[in-house]
Design a binder for this molecule. Sequence first.
Ligand code: NDP
Length: 328
Amino acid sequence: NQQIILKNRPKAKPSEKDFEIQEIEEEKDGKLSLKTKYISVDPYLRGRMRDEESYIEPFKIGKPIDSMLVSEVMASDLPDFSKGDHVVGMLAWKKQQAHTGNNLRKIDKNLAPLSAYLGILGLTGLTAYLALEKIGKLQEGETLLVSGAAGAVGSVVGQIGKIKGCRVVGIAGSDEKIEHIQEKFGFDTGINYKTTENMQQAISEKCPDGVDVYFDNVGGEILDATLQNINKDARIINCGAISIYNSTETPTGPRPEGILIKKSALMQGFLVRDHVDDYQKAISQLAEWLKSGKLKYDETIVEGFEKTPKAFIDLFDGKNMGKMLVKV
Ligand code: NDP
């Protein structure tokens, strides 16, 4: 058996030296014995590597990282779980682990591939759908701009925008990604932020009617540039801020208050975990769209438990298309 622990708190961008793979005994002291099948690596885990109070507990040095995993039940003393079942839940980065069964959800691999429960039918899909429902409130004909557009959340956001009849513009880090989101996901157009010198101007050109809803996955300068292009009553969803997750100082920039007042705009932070009561309804809608072919998704699946830290780090270099996962 093996586990991956946090060895040091990363200073800026995480490196593989911040993690350690350790050999451990098979765990036998729980009601369930679980074998890991897929590990979700997510940008927000970076925040948990800092020793700071947040909406979720920081990781402890020397202890295994945890994230959303899909595991197979190898043995069970619980009536609700049988050998061969698959479950999803917050679990440790271990190849095998014992568990109480609390807060695990059984999933059906006949309804969707196991990996989908960590992406489109998991927190990714829920984040895209619920943030748009709660804050975005898309109206037909509006312009939706989304950053991180070729990523797990962003690619779902864009497709929901198209389902709702919006003009959808995506921002991502390569020409290949921009082409891909148009061809596969139906985005109207896109901007490669890595090769664009003046983002404010590029957004104004690609969104000639202005931006009604901005789904922000990255924060920083792209957010600053977008705010200069918002319409009256615009809604700005602060879902993620990956461009500043590795910052060593609190970044500053243009101040948003003037523009928000002038445009009567709403800018609101979103945390998917605040909306647990809405998960079931949202999953049903996502599953229906998936079944009817209205929603598609990408996965970047890295094979091998030991590659988990690298897969996580690669998120900050945009190596993924869609959901980044590790297959164990
Ligand atoms: P992604 O699949 O989008 O992966 C991260 C992507 O971010 C990369 O592929 C990369 O694409 C892009 N990126 C990396 N560094 C930068 C940078 N400096 N500037 C701009 N883009 C960058 O991850 P997720 O879909 O899982 O998450 C997207 C965002 O949503 C994250 O910020 C995450 O923290 C947040 N989130 C928030 C939730 C909530 O409840 N609030 C829940 C889930 C996710 P590229 O090639 O385009 O640079």
